[in-house]
Design a protein around this ligand. Structure first.
Ligand code: TRP
Length: 364
């Protein structure tokens, strides 16, 4: 049998998604969906994982489950081709995690560099939640339960995929070939980059207030672009300007295509020409920002329109999620059934157990 190609990836629903998510992952997911090269695609909201450091604030996660679903649908994930589901609604994932936890050591978990960094950032001190510490195991279960072969994710997720592969390998070694080792699909750098915040800081983050959200109105986008950080040394239009670290150009790298020049700034043929002029001096920030604003609006307008449609019909979004969870559960249940059989804990599916117990009694 030809090996199926199955994609699984997801996000923690801890906030609305922004253009950093769009450039870094969402855009690519839609391309993968549209490529027709994959037998099955799952995109899910890891609400259980989000709760590992939000257990005292479940309402935050609950409200963002709908926000993120709207973000998914508005960028063009299509529920007839991509199964959209919510982690907590697939209890088989907990069951698989429960056994996976025995296939990894505490020392191995402590070595996971991504979790180490996250623990540091969150300042848990002595109070690291055990569920947070072990979330790579739950993530391994997410992947294995759907027999995912490909996991599109950023570099920060590499240690998670490696840990998943180790767990799967160990499982298959002990119980016979049952589960699939996934591989990570890293972003190809030109198209999927990490966007800095509008203030030039390395990352977009809600707490820094430097995000442009997919759900922002046209006015908000306009305002945010106009107040973006550029090159602080570029005071007069005639001054030479820097491109490096100038996030207006970083955003143009991510969003601007050659045809945009014809539409919005025909005096230039390409982004390279525009950059060269900026470097030489004589090109004002406002002109570049106007181009960026136009490009952003062109990119975001169809997303906003789709969102508005879905927002008008929340019951249909609810239904999409409900159906997605149902479909996901079917797939995970089939894997769990194989897992229980392999582990020989499928007691009530296995009538030979009666004989085993009966003859064991007689031997005494
Ligand atoms: N850890 C991922 C994140 O923070 C979310 C996630 C959970 C995930 N389970 C996954 C991603 C499985 C890919 C595959 O973004």
């Amino acid at each position: 049998m030809k090996k199926e190609k199955i994609i699984l990836t997801g996000d923690r629903p801890t906030g609305k998604l922004h253009i950093g998510h769009y450039v870094g992952s969402l855009r690519r997911r839609v391309e993968l969906q549209d490529s027709g090269l994959y037998d099955r695609i799952f995109v899910f909201e890891a609400d259980g994982q989000a709760l590992t450091d939000n257990i005292d604030n479940p309402s935050k996660v609950r409200s963002n489950v709908m926000e993120v679903a709207l973000d998914y649908l508005s960028v063009g994930l299509d529920p007839s081709r991509t199964t959209l589901f919510i982690q907590s609604q697939v209890p088989e994932l907990c069951e698989l995690s429960f056994y996976f936890l025995d296939l990894v050591s505490v020392a191995r978990l402590q070595r996971n560099p991504t979790v180490k960094t996250e623990i540091g950032m969150r300042g848990f001190g002595e109070g690291i939640p055990a569920g947070f510490f072990t979330y790579p195991v739950s993530q391994a279960a997410d992947i294995a339960a759907f027999r995912a072969t490909h996991v599109p994710a950023g570099e920060d997720q590499e240690p998670m995929i490696e840990q998943c592969r180790e767990i799967v390998r160990r499982f298959n070694h002990i119980y016979g070939p049952t589960l699939v080792e996934p591989e990570i699909m890293l972003p190809d750098n030109s198209a999927c980059m990490r966007l800095p915040g509008t203030d030039g800081k390395a990352k977009m983050s809600k707490s820094l207030g430097n995000c442009i959200y997919l759900s922002d109105s046209a006015d908000e986008v306009e305002r945010k672009v106009r107040s973006m950080y550029t090159d602080p040394g570029h005071l007069r239009v005639s001054d030479p300007g820097k491109i490096e670290g100038n996030c207006v150009f970083t955003y143009l790298d991510a969003f601007c295509r050659p045809e945009h020049f014809g539409r919005y700034l025909p005096e230039y043929a390409s982004l390279d020409e525009l950059k060269a002029h900026y470097r030489r001096g004589g090109l004002g920030d406002m002109k570049v920002k106007k181009l960026l604003a136009a490009v952003m609006q062109e990119t975001l307008e169809p997303i906003r329109q789709r969102r508005a449609e879905f927002e008008k019909d929340i019951p249909s979004v609810y239904e999409i999620l409900r159906k997605g969870c149902e479909q996901a559960r079917e797939v995970a249940a089939a894997t769990m059934s194989d897992v229980r059989r392999a582990m020989r804990i499928n007691y009530f599916e296995d009538m030979s157990l009666i004989d085993e117990w009966q003859s064991a009694g007689k031997e005494e």
